[in-house]
Write a new protein. Structure first.
Length: 208
């Protein structure tokens, strides 16, 4: 493209195709944030030649030394989830899936009101991801109301009603409640008598 610089804002990502000795193909993808930033920096970049700083007047591409993801024949490997989420436009797909999952969660966790989450899904991708993750849990119908409410209270989750017919959490506490339901929040008393709430960015179940 001869006028790539004029369309730099339209470049969302770039990719590289690899072929190995067995004629297998894989594709590395990278979000073009740095590439676009470098293209726009024309006439503001310098190079060092013979101890002299010289202005670079021609366009410069910056290709990163790593990829956000690698697409192979049978697998897709994510090195940077947010980058791949953007490239694949996963956010919209997850949002649509989350809307379909709310009735499933609501049916199994009958003491909580999830109607207030519907309008948040498209604006808050994390809400959508949490709802999809919760809907896939195999033990939802075994959630104990008293235990969930105890954990929610320890995390500072407040409710706007008395639970008739269902408990509705405060708007500011929606993410907290979803993280409690998805086992991403816990309380520590290791170093103090006071309860200290924590949030896990990821979790892994141990055997012991």
């Amino acid at each position: 493209m001869g006028n790539l610089i004029d369309h730099a804002n339209n470049v969302d990502y770039y990719f590289v195709i690899f072929h190995d000795s067995h004629k297998r193909k894989s594709i590395g993808l990278r979000r073009a944030a740095q590439l676009k930033a470098t293209l726009k920096a024309r006439n503001r970049l310098m190079q060092l030649i013979d101890d002299t700083m010289i202005l670079i007047e021609h366009p410069v591409f910056r290709l990163d030394n790593s990829f956000d993801g690698l697409v192979c024949e049978n697998n897709i490997y994510f090195a940077n989830f947010l980058g791949m989420e953007y490239i694949a436009n996963i956010t919209d797909k997850v949002a649509k899936a989350a809307k379909q999952k709310i009735p499933i969660i609501s049916e199994k966790v009958s003491f909580l009101d999830f109607s207030g989450f519907v309008d948040d899904i498209e604006k808050h991708p994390r809400t959508a991801r949490l709802l999809v993750a919760i809907s896939n849990r195999q033990n939802l119908d075994k959630y104990d109301q008293a235990e969930i409410l105890r954990q929610a209270a320890a995390q500072g989750v407040g409710f706007t009603n008395e639970g008739e017919p269902r408990l509705k959490c405060r708007v500011v506490d929606k993410h907290k409640l979803l993280e409690v339901l998805d086992d991403r929040r816990w309380i520590s008393r290791n170093a103090t008598d006071a309860a200290i709430p924590y949030r896990a960015s990821s979790r892994q179940k141990t055997k012991q």
